[in-house]
Design a protein around this ligand. Sequence first.
Ligand code: NDP
Length: 400
Amino acid sequence: MGKCMIIGCGGVASVAIHKCCQNSEVFEGIMIASRTKSKCDALKEKLQPTTKTVIETAQVNADNVDELIALIEAYKPDVVLNLALPYQDLTIMDACLATKTHYVDTANYEPLDTAKFEYKWQWAYRERFEKAGITALLGSGFDPGVTGVFSAYAMKHEFDEINYIDILDCNGGDHGYPFATNFNPEINIREVSAKGSYIEDGKWIETEPMEIKRVYNFKGVGEKDMYLLHHEELESLALNIKGIKRIRFFMTFGQSYLTHLKCLENVGMTSIEPIMYEGKEIVPLQFLKAVLPDPASLGPRTVGKTNIGCIFRGKKDGKDKNYYLYNICDHQECYKEVGSQAISYTTGVPAMIGAMMIMTGKWNKAGVYNIEEFDPDPFMEALNKWGLPWEEDYNPVLVD
Ligand code: NDP
């Protein structure tokens, strides 16, 4: 069917690459291009004997638009799947525009110096992508990603209007370390140490970090403490889902994680303000990342399950209706299949599916779109087929 260039070769990319290689009918060729080429080569060596997908590798600095353009022009992919870091979103979008190549990512652009999760920078590309006749699919991970597809599916099949959405992200996994993050530590800590916020009646309401706590009993996991966080998909879902009055995002954290985080914050280790250290400028959070366990190393030692989904409340045929859509994923089963824990798995699988939607032409409109703006049905079908089956509950316990 076609060729995909994957940028980045970290935890999420590794899963997406495994999945592309299981799906050779669509992914006839992939190029893995990242900063450290040896990681790309190691993955190629492992996977090439197991797949018909032809794997190529390259070194690229994705902060450099000209380097990206040269690589895209040489390989001529149908789509570029950006699984590097949010800082690279705009340079990769620029390179896609210059070469008229479709673009997919899993996280919205963030400037290095402010931890602000907003779509405005990427939405500013709408007209240029439309004119170039290419698609940018934003946020094709789990959250954002599957949560948007779930919302579009609920809107299409279950509701006339959706008034309340609570996104619940539960990781019941245990890696045995007192403190480690399940994906890129820098991005993860920027996210959880930021102020919380949610949208009510069209307005953002801001909270202190971890100010709002609830307890929820998750199927497959059990009872967990969860905290309200700001999360990027709130911004696009509030615009794209009809009838929204309030939308919130909760994530579970264990006490050990929170105590460590508080201490690291108190001593200044989570700061993104550069400081001088022995004559060299360093960013404390980047230094912290260097001493924490590599998320990729958590796979073999993480046991337990994740449960991520959305509780919808709204109206159907004039009556009130509640509906919960979620996925349960087992860390050890993911590790057996692709050598990664469930956090990378639940992001890497939808990333592959997003690229597949564009390569197969199932999602085909020029411009810059969030995932809930496309027909959810083929994506929902693919989730069941490619390892993230979903479950539904018409009588869920609600979050107050
Ligand atoms: P990792 O840190 O494991 O991987 C990032 C990769 O990008 C590394 O291979 C890194 O190279 C490469 N990279 C970084 N900078 C550059 C650059 N300038 N040029 C080329 N390559 C570069 O991160 P994750 O895999 O955990 O996360 C990947 C993305 O997925 C992030 O944007 C994250 O926010 C997003 N994410 C989305 C989720 C969702 O549900 N939507 C959930 C989890 C993550 P090197 O190997 O040299 O370090």
